[in-house]
Write a protein that binds this ligand. Structure first.
Ligand SMILES: *[C@@H]1O[C@H](CO)[C@@H](O)[C@H](O)[C@H]1NC(C)=O
Ligand SMILES: *[C@@H]1O[C@H](CO)[C@@H](O)[C@H](O)[C@H]1NC(C)=O
Length: 273
């Protein structure tokens, strides 16, 4: 059961298997949040991620998910160890990026921005502000073969570099166990080929520009061309977008919390043309 390496896609969050825990602490020069900059949004476009995007990708993921209740629940010391967390996550995304396989896609939307940091003095650069990870999953493939994706993926990888200074391991492990079961039931055991949206995140400074929808349309068009459904497990924050894109809400997944005022819920959703 211990499988800490060679997961397919980077990102979305939540998986921290105890058996993968090990550690080192490297302070990072990067702060999670970057300056707000002007951009001309008509120049926003979608493309496959390249290695030089990985810093931006890490920042998008972290800044998008860190405000969530789930982060507060599983990473109670996150604010204190933010740099460390970013650094680990950057290492994880780098490792995962090298293992993107056939049938997996990591797309980004970048916008031209003026970078006002001291070094660059207002130079124009393209900055990644939204990411999406997709995986075509064929039925009856051993999960070892296609690896964990999305929520399941990054934390296997994250845990490899993390000494979990910010983590409540009891909570994270319990969440991991429940979510894995739901993932297996709805996604892994689905008997047809599917286009699975493993992760979707927009940097909070760039919400409201339709970047999430742009990413979804990319995958939906691809799935329609292949005559397969799109599937995903939505967070409460993501649900309204998928609902507006006419995904069907098929099952409400409750993840019980241990000592938290509320349980977490996710919605298993599917889109078929
Ligand atoms: C799923 O269940 C929770 C808790 O009962 C509820 O608050 C939430 O609105 C439900 N989600 C959807 C998409 O129906
Ligand atoms: C971690 O979670 C456990 C189980 O919910 C809880 O009893 C404990 O108080 C938490 N520890 C910290 C440091 O928050």
């Amino acid at each position: 059961m211990a499988r800490c390496t060679s997961v397919t896609l980077v990102f979305a969050l939540f998986f921290l298997p105890l058996w993968c825990i090990s550690f080192k602490f490297v302070p990072s020069p990067h702060s999670g949040r970057q300056q707000r900059v002007q951009a001309s949004l008509k120049d926003a476009y979608i493309r496959p991620a390249v290695e030089t995007d990985l810093d931006d990708i890490t920042t998008v993921i972290l800044d998008a998910f860190a405000p969530s209740q789930l982060y507060k629940y599983a990473f109670p010391q996150f604010d204190q160890f933010r740099q460390h967390h970013w650094n680990c996550m950057r290492e994880a995304t780098g490792r995962e990026f090298k293992h993107i396989r056939k049938g997996s896609f990591l797309n980004v939307i970048s916008v031209p921005t003026r970078d006002h940091s001291a070094e660059s003095q207002g130079q124009l650069r393209h900055r990644v502000v939204a990411i999406a990870g997709w995986k075509i999953i064929k039925p009856h493939t051993a999960s070892d073969e296609h690896g964990d994706v999305g929520l399941l993926s990054l934390y296997h990888s994250y845990a490899e570099c993390s000494d979990n200074l910010d983590t409540n391991i009891t909570r994270a492990t319990d969440f991991n166990r429940q979510f894995s079961l739901a993932y297996k039931h709805f996604v892994d055991d689905y008997p047809h080929e599917q286009m699975y949206l493993a992760a979707l995140a927009t940097h909070p400074d760039w919400d409201g520009h339709g970047f999430g929808a742009m990413h979804c349309h990319w995958g939906m068009e691809k799935a329609i061309a292949m005559n397969i459904p799109v599937s995903l497990i939505a967070t409460p924050a993501g649900w309204p977008l998928y609902d507006s894109l006419e995904f069907d809400s098929l099952a409400n997944i409750t993840i019980k919390t241990l000592d938290w005022p509320e349980d977490f819920w996710y919605e298993y959703m599917r889109y078929e043309d």
